[in-house]
Design a protein. Structure first.
Length: 214
């Protein structure tokens, strides 16, 4: 699954880059919506087949950055777009890497780091999926976003049917919850989903990168 994130230059006419938290939440929400669309009763047969084929293998996600004309060129491609708290992303319908459109292939994978925020906010949305990243694992924003996306995808399948319908109807909202190192073990215990990375980039195989609960 290719996920394109809009990362304008600071102060550009396109706006400022999003915060890391907003970027991760947008990527996770877009992933959830894309999976939900593939399993919907009225799903496009092509989408349904693509999602199922993708989930039969490794659920690898590649986060790429775009701005300007390159961002505009990916909008017509099959997928789900999400704008959330200043972050705009597009999760594209998964397919073989060898069949990537040129509009996507040309986009850079690196350079996705953005600033984080310590600003307090109201996380009262009862429909939101809670996702936490392992505080002991250092990841770029792109890598962390992919892990949040994995958590959302796995959670969609792991949720009870009623909760899944509620989450899908709400647009698959996600909130990133910071977990201090001392509380990470407790988060593992209470979580409905645990993400262990395949180790293709940045971390060793089997590393626990993210958890989710609802």
């Amino acid at each position: 699954m290719q996920i394109v994130v809009h990362l304008p230059r600071p102060g550009s006419p396109e706006g400022d880059p999003p915060t890391r938290r907003a970027l991760l939440e947008a990527v996770a929400a877009a992933t959830g919506r894309l999976v939900a669309a593939g399993y919907a009763d009225d799903a496009d047969p092509e989408w349904a087949a693509a999602i199922r084929q993708y989930e039969d293998g490794w659920i690898r996600k590649v986060v790429r950055r775009a701005r300007g004309v390159h961002w505009r060129r990916v909008q017509p491609l099959p997928g789900i777009g999400v704008t959330h708290d200043g972050a705009s992303v597009r999760a594209l319908l998964p397919g073989p890497v060898g069949d990537l459109p040129d509009e996507v292939r040309r986009l850079q994978v690196g350079g996705t780091d953005v600033a984080d925020t310590t600003e307090e906010r109201d996380d009262a949305d009862p429909a939101a999926l809670a996702v936490a990243l392992n505080p002991a694992v250092t990841m770029t924003a792109g890598k962390a976003a992919a892990q949040a996306g994995h958590a959302a995808q796995l959670a969609w399948h792991a949720m009870p049917a009623d909760r899944r319908r509620e989450w899908t109807a709400a647009g698959c909202p996600v909130r990133i919850v910071p977990v201090p190192p001392a509380e990470w073990q407790a988060a593992l215990v209470r979580s409905g989903v645990v993400v262990r990375d395949g180790g293709l980039t940045e971390v060793t195989p089997g590393t626990t990168t993210a958890v989710a609960w609802w």
